[in-house]
Design a protein around this ligand. Sequence first.
Ligand code: EPU
Length: 421
Amino acid sequence: MDEIIIKGGRPLTGEVIVGGAKNAALPILTASILAKGKFTFHNAPRLKDVDSIMDLLSTMGAVVERDGQTVHIDTSGMNDYEAPYEHVRKMRASILVLGPLLARMKKAKVSLPGGCAIGARPIDLHLNGMALLGADITLEHGYVEAACKQLKGAEIYFDIPTVTGTENLMMAATLAKGTSVLRNAAREPEIIALADVLNQMGADISGAGTSVITIKGVKKLKPVTTTIIADRIEAGTLMVAAALTRGDVKIKNCDPFHLKAVIHKLEKTGAEVQVFKKSVRVKGAAHINSIDLKTMPYPGFPTDMQAQFMVLMSVANGFSVIAETIFENRFIHVSELSRMGADITISGNHAMIKGVPELSGAPVMATDLRASASLILAGLAAKGTTTVSRVYHLDRGYEFLEKKLALLGAAIKRVPAKTKP
Ligand code: EPU
């Protein structure tokens, strides 16, 4: 197991290229279940979570190969409909195979994901929706078993806009008989990206990116060659890194439209943000202003950027309040940031942050994906050396982050851990 060692205090400067989006790649790769044949996915990020979905698809009989940033999936011989516990426990997004399996094979057996570090994360909305589409669902021995003769179009209203729930049902509905309407659907860019790929495959989906998505069922879908969109959370994390270190960084190959909430908040902290067609340039301000923020479903401020902004607020002038409204336990990074000198108090789903002049480097432990990124950011800004252990969390969702930061001038390196986790 590796750890990352950072000597803080260097402003980041230069240009960096953002990779493919994890949360777009995962559903898009599972969409390959919907049609027999050879798919090619370009700009597929080299991440542990993407490896996990590739492993799962190959366990189910697909032939899966990676060639650099391109993933080839041949589903011609795929006939297994089970996603076993060993896979789902590694990555809860494995539940994304449920919709496509039901739609194409009329059967699915998928291990229940269970909770994770950031919250209970139930999948009731996925299952209610599948039942409305006509699936018989049973929960036994830790597995969801679902079967149908033929899925049928239905009106589905989500109590909460769920990202993977919307994706799962959108995929299931593509091959249903008749029209389905998803109401109060999630509006994330990754949903539009998935709908675009499904439409390219021959589906008839309209409204993706709004809260009402209409899917007219079609008889058959075909394999495609496509490119995964850029990762807005990686881009946002690099933007915060630039602001935090009082640097000047151009973040290339991203979609600034997907980053509007992050740009808005970053500008309020005093950073200068220049927006180009496919890139943004962030110049950090000498003094970081405190701001308040609340995580919301897209187009609100993303929960996946909350921990990174908390680091920025830790060294801002004054007080800020961060409200986390999406996941009930997404402040696990706070105790580690406190070990680095941050002054943060938690009350329910609010964090009160009193800016301190400087963080101090310390050994800290990553607890989940975005928490790991926040600790790396804290290390970049801190005085002295920070060692972040358990970086396998980081590897689930950031591609070569330490290499990208090193190219921007950070004193950062990955080493094998000396201590056992
Ligand atoms: N929820 C339910 N029932 C459901 C589904 C969701 O109550 O059946 C609740 C959740 O517990 C949560 C809220 O609805 O309180 C929203 O959760 P959502 O379903 O939207 O989250 P998700 O689909 O499991 C995706 C991303 C997360 C990201 C969230 C929110 C993927 C693979 N994961 O999760 O990404 O934080 O949306 O934007 O797309 C990450 O990349 O670090 C990450 C955690």
